[in-house]
Unconditional design. Structure first.
Length: 380
C-alpha cells in the first residue's frame, strides 16, 4: 500500500515508538498519579518527560502548561469553550476544520458569541488587511489553523500573533498540520493557546494530542472529575495540568509520543520538512502535466505543507479515491475533509481528492501515484 493520507494520521510509525509502547505495556500498567507505588510513580514520570520534550519543541517555559487530550479536537473544545463568554467576538477563517467551526457555532447558538469568518483567496491565504478591519471592541479571540488541511497553505502566524498582541486579543493557533513539520515558538509567535495532534507530524500513536495554555490564562475546564491530586477539594483544582486532566490519561499513548519526539529530535524537523516539500513539489508539477486535472492551493514555487487537493474533470472524488485504493493500492482521502467552507471558497462542489505525504514516502511512490492518475484521467 502506498499511504498518502498523512494529513489524517501518519503511518507507519517509527520503530522506536512501537518498541517503547510494547515494552512499557509489558512492564507497567499502573495509573499515573493514582498510587503510592513505584509503577504508578514511573508512569507519572514518563508522562512528565513527554511534557518536557513538547515544551522544548514549542519553546514553552513551563511543561505543566501543556495539557494532554485524546486529540486536537478535544484540545480545541477546551480552548474555545473554556475561554469564551456571552457577548465575546471571535475572528476565525473560512479555512477552518470543523474542530474550530463547530465549537464556535455551538457557543454562538447557546451563549450568544459573535463569529466572523475571514475570506481566503484562491491560493488559501487570508488578508491581514481584512483581519485588521474586523476588530471590534468585544473581540476576544483570534482562532485559526497554522496550515490548511485542504490547501496546504501556511499562514504567517508570527505576524498575526504580533498583531493580536498589539490589540490585546488572545491568539489560538491550531497546529494540526504543522506540529513536527514547521518551527513553532509560542513566545516569538505570541501564542496564548496552541493545539496539536500527537499522531500526525509528531509521528506518535492515535489517541494523543494536547493544548498549551499561556500562564496568564485560567480556562473553565470542560471535564470535571478525579485528578489524582487535590482529592479533598470539592472544586476542580486551579493548578495546571490537573485542572484540565480529569480521569485516567492515555499513558501508553503518551509514552509512545515521547518516543516519537526522540525520533524527531534525532532526525531533525528541518530534514523531514525538506524531504516532504521536495515530494510535494514533485507531485504538484506532475499533476500540472495531466490533462483534466486541477489542483488547489499555493503555486509549486510557494512552500506549503505536504497536502495536495485536486480534482479530475467529470469524475467524482469518492470514485477516484476508490479506484486508487482498489486498483492501485494507493490510500488518499476524498470529500470535504471536515472543512466545508474551504471547498465553498475554491468551488469544489463535490469535494476533492487529497493526497498528503509524510516522512516515509518516496519519489518512486509519487511517480507511481502520478502514473495512476494519468491512467484514470485518460478514460475521459
Amino acid at each position: 500500500m502506498i499511504y498518502f493520507d498523512h494529513a489524517a494520521s501518519s503511518w507507519p510509525k517509527p520503530k522506536q515508538v512501537i518498541e517503547k509502547m510494547a515494552q512499557f505495556l509489558m512492564e507497567n500498567g499502573a495509573n499515573p498519579g493514582r498510587g503510592n507505588h513505584k509503577m504508578a510513580d514511573l508512569a507519572g514520570k514518563e508522562i512528565y518527560q513527554t511534557r518536557v520534550k513538547l515544551a522544548k519543541l514549542f519553546h514553552i517555559s513551563d511543561p505543566n502548561q501543556i495539557v494532554f487530550f485524546m486529540n486536537t479536537t478535544q484540545a480545541l473544545n477546551q480552548a474555545i469553550k473554556g475561554l469564551l463568554s456571552p457577548g465575546d467576538h471571535v475572528i476565525t477563517t473560512k479555512l477552518e476544520h470543523n474542530s474550530i467551526r463547530r465549537p464556535l457555532e455551538y457557543l454562538k447558538k447557546v451563549i450568544g458569541i459573535e463569529v466572523t469568518y475571514l475570506d481566503v483567496d484562491d491560493k488559501g491565504f487570508i488578508s491581514l488587511d481584512s483581519l485588521k478591519k474586523e476588530i471590534k471592541k468585544n473581540t476576544k479571540l483570534l482562532a485559526m489553523s497554522h496550515a490548511s488541511n485542504v490547501l496546504g497553505s501556511i499562514q504567517p502566524a508570527q505576524e498575526i500573533g504580533q498583531f493580536a498582541k498589539e490589540k490585546g486579543i488572545y491568539f489560538l493557533l491550531d497546529a494540526a498540520q504543522t506540529a513536527g513539520r514547521l518551527p513553532i515558538d509560542v513566545q516569538e509567535m505570541n501564542i496564548h493557546l496552541l493545539t496539536f495532534p500527537g499522531h500526525k507530524g509528531l509521528l506518535g500513536p492515535q489517541g494523543t494530542g494536547g493544548l498549551y495554555i499561556h500562564p496568564e490564562l485560567q480556562l473553565s475546564p470542560i471535564i470535571h472529575g478525579g485528578t489524582g491530586k487535590f482529592s479533598e477539594d470539592i472544586d476542580q483544582p486551579l493548578k495546571s495540568p490537573e485542572r484540565y486532566e480529569s480521569g485516567t490519561l492515555n499513558t501508553i499513548g503518551i509514552v509512545g509520543l515521547g518516543a516519537a519526539l526522540d525520533f524527531l529530535e534525532e532526525i531533525g524537523i528541518d530534514t523531514l520538512q525538506k524531504k516532504e516539500w521536495a515530494l510535494t513539489k514533485r507531485m504538484l508539477i506532475g499533476l500540472s502535466e495531466i490533462k483534466g486535472v486541477k489542483w488547489y492551493g499555493p503555486d509549486p514555487n510557494q512552500e506549503r505543507v505536504a497536502v495536495i487537493s485536486f480534482s479530475i474533470e467529470g469524475m467524482d472524488s469518492a470514485e477516484i479515491a476508490t479506484i486508487l485504493d482498489q486498483h492501485y493500492q494507493i490510500a488518499v482521502r476524498s470529500g470535504f475533509h471536515c472543512s466545508p467552507l474551504v471547498h465553498q471558497a475554491i468551488g469544489t462542489i463535490n469535494g476533492a481528492i487529497r493526497a498528503s505525504m509524510g516522512y516515509s514516502n518516496t519519489e518512486e511512490e509519487v511517480d507511481a501515484f502520478l502514473k495512476a492518475i494519468r491512467e484514470i484521467a485518460s478514460v475521459l
